[in-house]
Design a protein around this ligand. Structure first.
Ligand code: BES
Ligand code: ZN
Length: 628
């Protein structure tokens, strides 16, 4: 409560209680005429404390400075608001922020109050407004408790000379670097003025500079309305390389050539995507390749996908990830899940679209491999997740949205759409999807709205029978889940059988020109009971421990741990210390933690590695290792 004077405390307590009650009461009512409780639950976002149904931000302007010495962002945000119900206060989400002062219409300071801290949602900020209030300006600073920001010292970068900082907003982290209404249910435009140290370049999910300037001040504009989880900023020693007239890549200088080589197909990908589902509406499509601490493979920040350097394999074999983030320019960024319970509408559609782009560019055999790997992920997830989390439509209640971000949304979502494609025929389904993006562009959507749209525009006109409710609302995988057959993987499986029969790795059974995905299939399907000796045979022949391909290395390390093959220890430790991508870290720490000695090893490595991880990753690993 250090932000407020003692005199105000009683007013604040009264006002906070009053407001949070009012907040809860008004949400359901203001939303609908005669809504039942279940309808209310499906359409309102539970992951915000803001009163976005009453009054909401239309545009926000950031005026901030990125201070590397104090690892802090300081400055102000100005919200231009729309008061839908004549509300006399606006409530913002904050988490781990110091709020310094608040002004209405740019004039003198006004009173504000902070509500109670909630571990999941943060601290609501209450500001009284009136019918003349057009803007609310909040002066604030971030603290070390921020969940969105990753501050890297020079040694954690490729260049080793300059610091680096990036943000991660999805799902509910933006409130920890900007006080705002932290819900995907409303869309805002934004602009920003960002001051950074000389020598560094700032880029955002907005119009971007292509080179540094003397002043260290950069201005940005995002004229299309977006949900706030897509506001993003990265600052570092960055350079830009164009790929074609509307695509390009940013990275640290020493990596730029490799990145541009790896991502050379990006321009073509955008063209193929447009042919499928309509014009690309965000002007430019660029990618920034971040330092290895980035906790995800990719993040679809509009105009500027944020990507892990672990996709730079040298052979362009991991670019499906770029197709995925690009596809989000339609599913997710143009048509957005209203609440995190509807997350599958973002990711399931995106996986479907990603695979259609990959099929258009690299053919069906290639894409069948991707789909079959996805199916394997799904089967594994279904066997591990509790039944409630196996549904497409989630009821997260007071769970963190990130807990719902499993392969169910991605792969069950994908297979549902693939079933619809199969049932309706590809041409009909493509026309339907194109219409869907057109009808819902720059809008948010719930599962229920999608269901209605699907029935009206695909199911009824083509007189189809599909068990939609079972797919959307039941656990498990419905019987009619499409089957994927991959010729290339069948051949890999034959090799696998041969290997167990003969232990022969030198014969022609092993194709010397297997691609990354064939290797992934082979390693994933190594049988339980494989001996360390057999692992050594494979390793000696194919140098898997030394693989420069992060996907191959990660699954190889996991299997090696499972089968007690410990020639990997040095490389495993280096991998865990360098790379902060949660998808790789979780299975590896889980495999290690399966035995008492392994767990000790895991904790020892984690001690060294943790400073290299973003909050998103270390928070998950703290939980996994029981350190929290
Ligand atoms: N939007 C997600 C990343 C994300 C999900 C961030 C949930 C925060 C919460 C992104 O589009 C994504 O799905 N990335 C995947 C790659 C993809 C090819 C499946 C990843 O990071 O691994
Ligand atoms: Zn995605």
């Amino acid at each position: 409560m250090k932000y407020i004077s003692a005199l105000l405390i009683s007013i604040i307590i009264f006002s906070a209680c009053n407001n949070s009650e009012e907040n809860q009461d008004t949400k359901p009512n203001s939303n609908d005429k005669d809504s039942t409780l279940s309808e209310v639950d499906t359409t309102l976002d539970q992951h915000t404390l803001s009163n976005y149904m009453d009054v909401r931000t239309k545009h926000l302007h950031l005026d901030i400075e990125v201070d590397f010495e104090n690892k802090q962002i300081t400055g102000s945000v100005t919200h231009t608001i729309e008061n839908l119900t004549g509300a006399d206060q606006i409530v913002f989400d904050t988490k781990g922020l110091n709020i310094l002062n608040v002004k209405l219409n740019g004039e003198e300071n006004t009173e504000f109050t902070m509500g109670d801290y909630d571990e999941l949602l943060g601290t609501p900020l209450f500001v009284g407004i009136n019918e003349n209030t057009e803007t609310v300006t909040i002066k604030y600073e971030t603290t070390e408790k921020t969940e969105a920001l990753d501050w890297l010292v020079p040694s954690q970068t490729a260049g080793k000379k300059q610091p680096f900082m990036y943000t991660q907003g999805q799902s509910i982290f933006t409130r920890s670097w900007i006080p705002l209404q932290g819900t995907p249910a409303i869309r805002i435009t934004y602009s920003a003025k960002v001051k950074v140290p000389n020598q560094l370049l700032a880029v955002m999910s907005a119009t971007n500079p292509v080179e540094k300037n003397e002043s260290g001040i950069y201005e940005f504009n995002m004229p299309q309305p977006i949900p706030c989880y897509l506001i993003a900023l990265a600052v570092g020693d960055l350079e830009f390389a164009p790929i074609d007239h509307r695509t390009g890549v940013y990275s640290e200088p020493s990596m730029l050539k490799d990145c541009a080589y790896e991502l050379a197909d990006m321009g073509e990908m955008v063209n193929e995507a447009e042919k499928l589902y309509g014009k690309y509406l965000w002007d430019r499509y660029d990618v920034i390749v971040l330092p290895p601490s980035f906790p995800f493979g990719g993040m679809e920040n509009p105009r500027l996908t944020f990507a892990t350097p672990t996709i730079i394999a040298g052979d362009r074999s991991l670019v499906a990830l770029i197709a995925h983030e690009l596809a989000h320019s339609w599913s997710g960024n143009l048509v957005t899940n209203s609440t995190w319970n509807d997350f599958w509408l973002n990711e399931g559609f995106t996986v479907y679209f990603e695979r259609r782009i990959m099929e258009a560019m690299f053919g069906k055999d290639y894409t069948d491999m991707l789909a079959l790997l996805g199916y394997q992920d799904l089967v594994r997830t279904m066997s591990e997740e509790e039944t409630d989390m196996q549904k497409l439509k989630l009821q997260l209640n007071m769970k963190h949205p990130d807990d719902g971000m499993t392969d169910v949304a991605y792969e069950k979502g994908y297979f549902f759409l693939r079933l619809l494609e199969q049932t309706a025929g590809r041409d009909n389904f493509d026309a339907f999807l194109k219409g869907y993006f057109e009808s819902y562009k720059f809008k948010t959507i719930t599962t229920e709205e999608f269901k209605g749209y699907l029935e009206t525009n695909l199911i009824k006109p083509h007189k189809l029978q599909v068990n939609i409710d079972e797919w959307m609302y039941s656990s498990g995988l419905p019987e009619n889940c499409p089957k994927v057959v991959s010729k290339l993987f069948n051949a890999v499986e034959a090799n696998l059988e041969q290997f167990y029969l003969t232990n022969d790795v030198n014969s022609s059974i092993f194709s010397k020109d297997w691609t990354t995905h064939e290797w992934l299939h082979f390693i994933r399907n190594l049988k339980e009971g494989t001996t360390p000796e057999q692992m050594k045979l494979l390793d000696d022949a194919f140098k898997l421990t030394q693989s420069g391909n992060s996907e191959i290395a990660a699954i190889w390390f996991e299997k090696s741990i499972n089968f007690g093959y410990d020639n990997i220890d040095k490389e495993l430790e280096a991998f865990l210390i360098k790379i902060g991508r949660r998808k790789f870290l979780m299975p590896l720490y889980t495999a290690l933690a399966a035995t008492p000695e392994g767990k000790e090893k895991a904790i020892a490595i984690y001690k060294k590695a943790k400073p290299n991880y973003h909050f998103v990753s270390y928070n998950s690993i703290d939980q996994l290792l029981g350190l929290k």
